[in-house]
Design a protein around this ligand. Structure first.
Ligand SMILES: C[S@@+](CC[C@H](N)C(=O)[O-])C[C@H]1O[C@@H](n2cnc3c(N)ncnc32)[C@H](O)[C@@H]1O
Length: 244
């Protein structure tokens, strides 16, 4: 174990002890839980870094999915920071592929979960770097433009949208009005540590700007393909396909 890994292990022990103390207040506990989660992600990532000689996957996969969670796609190498991915990797640190080495990068409902601008812009540049010329980046996110366009929504419509997105979440009982729904699209911050917050909201125009800035030649709307994308994401999401 390296000195850094020893430090991280000691830190985790300290965080657990502080969290277990009755003196720890609600605000401090929230921050400590977030820190524990980051430490655990960091450990997954460090273990994968140690397994990769030269820091890149060899041979390079033809297609990769980023942040697929439980939605694995056949024929793709599935990269996520938590299981059941093929590679546990923190994409905020880059994409571990060689330059110009892959044909397709797919993600949906992932981009809004990494901080903007640093990590979102880094991701766009990394996707551009690893794609071969002509390669394609497909990206789907919750469509903030759609959600905002419905405001102010009548209570029945608000209830329908809330049910579609949050029926299975523990937070469901706290999402009561349309403005609560808008808050969630922009800042999804469940106290449940298994959820990643939303850090930034996107629409078609923002995706075009982000990927053009990263060097992609064209960014067009992508026609939803349920053989690849998660069918539950079809509603109220916006997808684009960017070509290098
Ligand atoms: C809301 S889920 C979406 C899962 C799937 N794409 C879908 O549409 O059902 C977001 C996913 O992004 C992953 N994720 C978040 N931050 C990440 C990071 N820094 N590196 C890799 N994956 C990350 C999470 O672990 C999670 O699986």
């Amino acid at each position: 174990m390296t000195p850094h890994d020893e430090q991280i292990t000691a830190l985790l022990t300290q965080l657990d002890q502080a969290l277990g103390s009755p003196a720890t207040t609600h605000g401090l506990a929230r921050t400590l839980r977030a820190a524990v989660k980051e430490v655990e992600l960091h450990r997954h990532h460090r273990a994968s870094v140690a397994d990769l000689s030269d820091g890149v996957l060899k041979p390079s996969p033809t297609k990769i999915q980023i942040g697929g969670g439980g939605h694995r796609i056949e024929g793709f190498l599935n990269i996520d920071i938590v299981p059941p991915a093929d590679l546990l990797w923190d994409v905020r640190e880059g994409i571990p592929l060689a330059d110009d080495s892959t044909q397709e990068v797919f993600s949906e409902h992932f981009l809004e979960h990494i901080d903007y601008p640093r990590s979102a812009k880094h991701y766009a540049h990394e996707a551009h770097r690893v794609l071969a010329p002509g390669g394609q980046l497909i990206t789907g996110v919750p469509d903030a433009a759609y959600v905002l366009s419905q405001y102010p929504a009548p209570p029945e419509q608000a209830t329908e949208m809330i049910e579609r997105w949050y029926a299975k979440r523990e937070c469901r009982s706290d999402i009561n009005t349309y403005l609560d729904l808008i808050n969630y699209v922009f800042r999804d911050q469940d106290d449940d540590p298994t959820y990643n917050p939303h850090y930034w909201a996107y629409d078609h125009g923002k995706l075009v700007q982000l990927f053009c800035e990263a060097g992609f030649k064209t960014v067009e709307p992508w026609t939803f393909d349920p053989t690849m994308a998660n069918p539950k994401r079809r509603w109220a999401s916006v997808y684009v396909i960017a070509t290098k």
